[in-house]
Design a protein around this ligand. Sequence first.
Ligand SMILES: [Zn+2]
Length: 354
Amino acid sequence: VILIDSHLDIALNALVYNRDLKKTALQIREDEAGYTGKGRARGTIGLPDLRAANVAVHFVTCLARVHPNPPEDFGIDYRTHEAAHAHAQAELVYYHELARQGYYRIITNTAELRAHMAEWRADSANCPLGVVFTMEGADPIVAPDRVQSWWDQGLRVLSLAHYGPSKYAFGTGSTGPVTADGLALLDEMAKTPMILDVTHLCDESFWIAVDRFPGPLIATHSNCRALVPHERQFDDAQLKLLIERDAVIGAVLDAWMLQPDWERGVTQPDTLTLESVVDHIDHVCQLAGNSRHAALGTDLDGGYGTEQTPRDLDTYIDMQKIPDLLRNRGYAESDIEAICHGNWLRKLESVWGS
Ligand SMILES: [Zn+2]
């Protein structure tokens, strides 16, 4: 079954973790032998693994944040929007270089998407990996009126905040409303077909954003609060709103979002399996009464590794176990195809037009 993954921070891994994503996960682990940081030598992804897992398209992020008091080893936290902007632009440059070398194909409209899928279905071994540009947290957008310029550069999905507050809204671990700049940003987005990714919004910002923004909504990597209580997850009222607005919700594989009471760095994935991912997918399908809104948004880009993933996933290639797990639960082939790739195709085509 063809897969589409709606959340991978590929450039973050190349630039901040300094990984050669053209290698397999196993080769990257060898490069990192002796490293001890989070996820080091335990990553699950390289571009060859995505190809082996039959991932025709993945959404890649630009990710940089503004932080009033960034740590000394700052990573992606900058003091200024100008620097965050520059970091995000560098991430675009990385993706364009992979495209120039034939590894990637950047997809920005329905014609490109359909042509890509046809080529992938005919001969995936010789087809570039399709990518859609997304931004996680809008801090690199220095002012609301810059949305159009990012659209012109191929950005198609934008989220307002990541961890903590941004210029535009309050993200995971913080609480507060969409800011005045955020409301202006949503109004600018509404002039384009830019999709609003509601992942990471705190509850207060979520409800303000979905009320203000009339355009398309998705959640690129979000799980269900009913199964694992945490404000990072969406409760059933939020999921129902997303379903009403024809959103697609990508299930994420980070262990603490799959299993209740997971303590990062302490709990080991002894009992956690990919069945838990299917639990979250199934919860969305049960709320919807159909399979049109659940999808995959794994976040398996190497920011965390096998210390924090289901134990029956070693590399990304094991994502191909998901279709079988859905089959075992009685999902029909058409439902499995919808969840694994069809819902993302439908959503992108409906937003982009023909
Ligand atoms: Zn995230």
